[in-house]
Design a protein around this ligand. Structure first.
Ligand code: NDP
Ligand code: MG
Length: 393
């Protein structure tokens, strides 16, 4: 029996790599549903190739283009963000790969869980924003959430055969990004293009900036807390510039297990899509001889202030991670638009975290309101031009 897959965000970095995995394994997977934000041309090309039952494009101005291009194919075409959410209540697929960016992934993921579909979760922001509600809903519906993020996939793989053994702690590895080793005064002048050059991974723009600021590792700490039901003090981060060890689990007897391999997101993607099986592939293999030095450093939380902001948000809980996430999405967009400089990312997020309304036990409505409030505060602050303007403006 082939697994029928829906991909939320099929035109992105994770989405396109997942389609490569599907293409390489036609006996295991078939595509049922593809969605995009506005990249109509790629969505059309993917639909012609993979012949899904349905496609949806969030940007309604692109709907007619997609509809007309697929008029002679037996593919249902939908437009608008809400259609993506509604597609998640169909019965024609078994597993959803959530590979949209940011808060936008939350509603379709909740809809898929209510519909009892297995989740392969790349969209970490979903768990950062509302991890309590998402994991509770998954428990109630007996739905598995398999991680796609490489660190969380590593931990998950270390837990094979160990699911009933308590974890003492986990250690998330971080590459350190393109600015590893730099101090604050050197970061004043870094540009958008420098921030977009990740040393080890090619990814979408938002997560690449998150990796440069180390916010990505902060989001991943919160993601791990919910996925593996951990206390904040059980989650450590270590910088490992070679990105070979993808993360580590330490058990109660002190034994540590790590998962290793060359950095390639196709591996964690196929692990999540094929669990409990491993799929044979011909991806390049890691050779110790080519990496005589695997090195480790403490993260510089003072220079990379986003990591300490995320830790604060994780420790305090409630809606603070949701507020932080919204401010970060806005700050990264403003940085990519050359409206603020790199250091202003953390500065603007901290301002919003101090000024947005704190709620200890938020409902899903509270999360939506907090997301909006945080974005509004960010924009008000930006309009006052209180922050460092990008040096490459
Ligand atoms: P990309 O920016 O490359 O792709 C995002 C995808 O989501 C695109 O298909 C995009 O459509 C779609 N999309 C974006 N916003 C919306 C929206 N508002 N409504 C509907 N669709 C939307 O991102 P990545 O693939 O890099 O990342 C996806 C997620 O996976 C993120 O949460 C990221 O943190 C996580 N992740 C990514 C990794 C990576 O290696 N890339 C590694 C680990 C986690 P369009 O193309 O039309 O804009
Ligand atoms: Mg990761």
């Amino acid at each position: 029996m082939k697994k029928r897959i829906a991909i939320l965000g099929s035109t992105g970095s994770i989405g396109t790599q997942a389609l490569e995995v599907v293409e390489q394994n036609p006996d295991l997977f078939e595509i049922d549903c593809l969605t995009a934000n506005s990249n109509a041309d790629l969505l059309i090309a993917q639909a012609k190739k993979f012949k899904p039952n349905s496609v949806a494009i969030a940007d309604e101005t692109k709907y007619l283009q997609v509809k007309e291009a697929l008029a002679n194919d037996p593919i249902k075409v939908f437009g608008g963000y809400n259609s993506i959410v509604q597609l998640m209540s169909l019965d024609s697929f078994d597993l959803v790969l959530t590979a949209m960016v940011g808060f936008s992934g939350l509603e379709p993921t909740l809809a898929a869980i209510r519909n009892k579909k297995t989740i392969a979760l790349a969209n970490k922001e979903t768990l950062v924003v509302a991890g309590d509600i998402v994991t509770q809903l998954a428990l109630e519906n007996n739905v598995a959430i398999y991680p796609v993020d490489s660190e969380h996939s590593a931990i998950f793989q270390c837990l094979y055969g160990e699911f009933s053994n308590p974890i003492e702690k986990i250690i998330l590895t971080a590459s350190g990004g393109p600015f590893r080793g730099k101090k604050r005064d050197e970061l004043i002048t870094v540009t958008r293009d420098q921030a977009l050059k990740h040393p080890n991974w090619t990814m979408g723009a938002k997560i690449t900036i998150d990796s440069a600021s180390l916010m990505n590792k902060g989001l991943e700490m919160i993601e791990a807390k919910w996925l593996f039901n951990l206390r904040p003090d059980q989650i450590d981060v270590i910088v490992h510039p070679q990105s070979i060890i993808h993360s580590i689990v330490q058990f109660e007897d002190g034994s540590m297990k790590a998962q290793m391999g060359l950095p390639d997101m196709k591996l964690p993607i196929q692990v999540a899509m094929a669990y409990p099986h491993r799929i044979k592939n011909d991806f390049p293999r890691f050779d110790f001889v080519n990496y005589p030095n695997l090195t480790f450093e403490k993260p510089d939380m003072e220079t990379f202030h986003c990591l300490s902001l995320a830790k604060q948000a994780m420790d305090k809980g409630g809606n603070l991670p949701c507020i932080m996430n919204a401010a970060n999405e806005e700050a990264v967009a403003a940085f990519l638009n050359r409206e603020i400089g790199f250091l202003a990312i953390a500065e603007t997020i901290e301002e919003v975290m101090m000024n947005a309304t704190f709620i200890q036990q938020p409902t899903i409505e509270d999360y939506k309101n907090s997301d909006e409030e945080a974005r509004r505060i960010f924009k008000e602050n930006l309009a006052k031009k209180k922050f460092v303007i990008s040096p490459d403006n």
